[in-house]
Write a protein that binds this ligand. Structure first.
Ligand SMILES: Cc1cc2nc3c(=O)[nH]c(=O)nc-3n(C[C@H](O)[C@H](O)[C@H](O)COP(=O)(O)O)c2cc1C
Length: 241
């Protein structure tokens, strides 16, 4: 196993941080790693806003489900898809295509994951924050996002003040296949995985949580997911055609 694969495979989200700040060198190394991510058609359709102002951080936290680590992490960065930059330079650029939402989201996610891996390779911990999409209008106003820019996810980073277990992933056989999507659903393997996840939660929570994976996705997918997002995307100039 290479050191890189080891860092990636040891990933677990960190939600408690010490107060120790990152050095400028660490921060710049993480930024460089993020920017080294591949980019579709080399559009580099991303912008990252680092929230350093404590008052602003508190307001952002309030808009993101009040998740305390947004307030306490030494670093909190908001990753955005950005086509505003292109429009500034090429005003006649054709934008608003649904495909461009995918391009912006994919480019930015690759940057985010590079940043997380770089941080973890430096001995730091991190967690992504999808809750930046909980109140996208208010957050965009707060961060002064122009049309063509949407917040996709946040990233908290810092020195870990906890050491959680890695979370068991689906068996590879359920996620990887050769040449065509599997014709049959492997429910026996899924059931075995459910027990693994249930055990993981039981151990991690001292018996307080005993959720299976299918139970968890059943809960998550039983309600509308941010139904306001489509209108927001359109207002920001995405998904118009
Ligand atoms: C795009 C994205 C958004 C996420 N948003 C949140 C969030 O708002 N709050 C949180 O505590 N964790 C968030 N997570 C972390 C996931 O809950 C976590 O990655 C998942 O449970 C797997 O656990 P692990 O990262 O420890 O392996 C997010 C992860 C991703 C990829």
């Amino acid at each position: 196993m290479t050191p890189t694969i080891k860092v990636i495979s040891n990933h677990r989200s960190i939600r408690k941080f010490t107060e120790q700040a990152l050095s400028v060198e660490q921060r710049e190394a993480i930024m460089g790693a993020a920017q080294a991510a591949p980019s579709s058609s080399f559009l580099q359709a991303s912008a990252v806003i680092r929230i350093t102002d404590p008052e602003l951080r508190a307001k952002v936290m309030a808009l993101c489900g009040k998740q305390p680590y947004i307030g306490s992490a030494p670093e909190f960065w908001v990753f955005c898809a950005d086509f505003n930059r292109h429009l500034q330079w090429v005003p006649e650029a054709q934008t608003g295509f649904a495909e461009q939402l995918l391009i912006g989201a994919i480019d930015t996610a690759l940057m985010g994951q590079n940043a997380m891996t770089a941080a973890e390779s430096l001995g730091l911990g991190a967690v992504f924050i999808g809750a930046v999409r909980n109140n996208p209008h208010e957050l965009s106003a707060l961060l002064q996002l122009p049309k063509g820019v949407i917040p996709l996810f946040g990233l908290c980073m810092g020195y870990p003040a906890q050491d959680p277990e890695t979370k068991p992933r689906l068996p590879a056989s359920l996620m990887f296949c050769d040449n065509a999507y599997p014709a049959e659903f492997d429910s026996a393997t899924m059931q075995a995985y459910d027990e693994v996840v249930q055990d993981y939660y039981r151990t991690r929570t001292g018996g307080r949580k005993e959720m299976t994976w299918t139970g968890q996705i059943g809960d998550t997918l039983s309600k509308e997911a941010r139904p306001f997002i489509l209108d927001f995307l359109k207002e920001q100039g995405f998904c118009l055609r």
